[in-house]
Design a protein around this ligand. Structure first.
Ligand code: GSH
Length: 240
C-alpha cells in the first residue's frame, strides 16, 4: 500500500533494498542490476546502480515520470558479455523484446482485466483477497476500485490506441511473441529463459486466475511456452 513506501521518494513498486542502503527502483533496473551482479561477481550493487542514472521524462499522458538510462543493458566486460550472449544478435534481440514488454505488452493488461464491470469486480475480488485489507476496507476497495478501474481502463485503451476488442490486441501480441521465438527454440534464450522470456512471463502471469488469462490460453499459441516458463522459474533455470 502507498503508506508502506512512505519512506521512499520514489513512489512506485517494486523497490529492491540491498543491505538496507542501496535502493533499486524500477523492475527493469532491478533485473538488469541483479543479472549484472550475478554475471560479474567482482562488482558491488552501488557501483552497478551508478550505470543506470535516473532522468525525468514526460510520458504519453503528458505526466512527468522517472526514467532510467540503459535499463535493458547489462554492465559486463567483453569477456562476460560473450558468456551471457554466446551468439550474435542474442543481446540485441533480448533488449528489443524486454522493451516491447514494457512499452506495449504491459499496457494490454488493464484494458483486458477491467474490460467489463464483471471482469473489473473479479479482478478486485482477487486483489482484495491477496492484499492486506480489513473486511470493511476490503469491501469498499472492491466496489470503488472496480468502478474506478473500469473507467480508467477505457482511458488507457484509447491512450495506447488499442482496438475496440481489446482481446484481439492481447492475442496478437502473444502470438507475435511466440512467432519471434520460432519453432526451433524452447525459449527466446534458447534452452533456458533469458531476460526477455522473464519480462514477458512476468507481465502475463499477473492475469492468472482471471478470464483474460483463460481466454488468452484458449485462443493463442502461447500455452506451451508459458507452461515451460512456469517450470523454468520454479526450478531457477535462467540462462547463466
Ligand atoms: N516502470 C516501472 C513501473 C512501476 C509501476 O508503475 N508500479 C505501479 C504498481 S504495478 C505503481 O507503483 N504505481 C503507483 C503510482 O504510479 O503512483 C517498473 O517497471 O517498475
Amino acid at each position: 500500500m502507498r503508506q508502506e513506501i512512505k519512506w521512499s521518494t520514489y513512489r512506485k513498486v517494486p523497490i529492491l533494498m540491498v543491505d538496507e542502503d542501496v535502493q533499486l527502483n524500477d523492475s527493469s533496473v532491478i533485473v538488469s542490476s541483479l543479472k549484472t551482479y550475478l554475471a560479474s561477481k567482482e562488482k558491488n550493487m552501488a557501483d552497478i546502480l551508478r550505470c543506470y542514472p535516473e532522468m525525468k521524462s514526460v510520458n504519453e499522458g503528458g505526466k512527468e515520470v522517472m526514467e532510467y538510462n540503459n535499463k535493458y543493458w547489462l554492465m559486463l566486460s567483453e569477456a562476460d558479455t560473450a558468456l551471457v550472449y554466446p551468439e550474435k544478435g542474442m543481446q540485441k534481440e533480448e533488449m528489443k523484446w524486454r522493451k516491447w514488454a514494457d512499452d506495449w505488452l504491459v499496457h494490454l493488461i488493464s484494458p483486458n482485466v477491467y474490460r467489463t464491470t464483471g471482469e473489473a469486480l473479479a479482478s478486485f475480488d482477487y486483489i482484495v483477497r491477496e492484499g492486506k485489507f480489513g473486511s470493511l476496507e476490503g469491501f469498499f476497495a472492491k466496489y470503488v476500485g472496480a468502478a474506478a478501474m473500469f473507467i480508467i481502463a477505457k482511458r488507457l485503451k484509447s491512450r495506447h490506441n488499442l482496438q475496440d476488442d481489446v482481446r484481439q490486441d492481447l492475442y496478437k501480441a502473444v502470438n507475435d511473441w511466440v512467432a519471434a521465438i520460432g519453432k526451433t527454440r524452447k525459449f527466446m534464450g534458447g534452452d533456458c529463459p533469458n531476460l526477455a522470456d522473464l519480462a514477458v512471463f512476468g507481465v502475463l502471469r499477473v492475469m492468472e486466475g482471471l478470464q483474460a488469462f483463460d481466454d488468452m490460453m484458449a485462443n493463442t499459441k502461447v500455452k506451451h511456452w508459458y507452461r515451460r516458463m512456469e517450470t523454468a522459474t520454479q526450478n531457477h533455470q535462467g540462462r547463466h
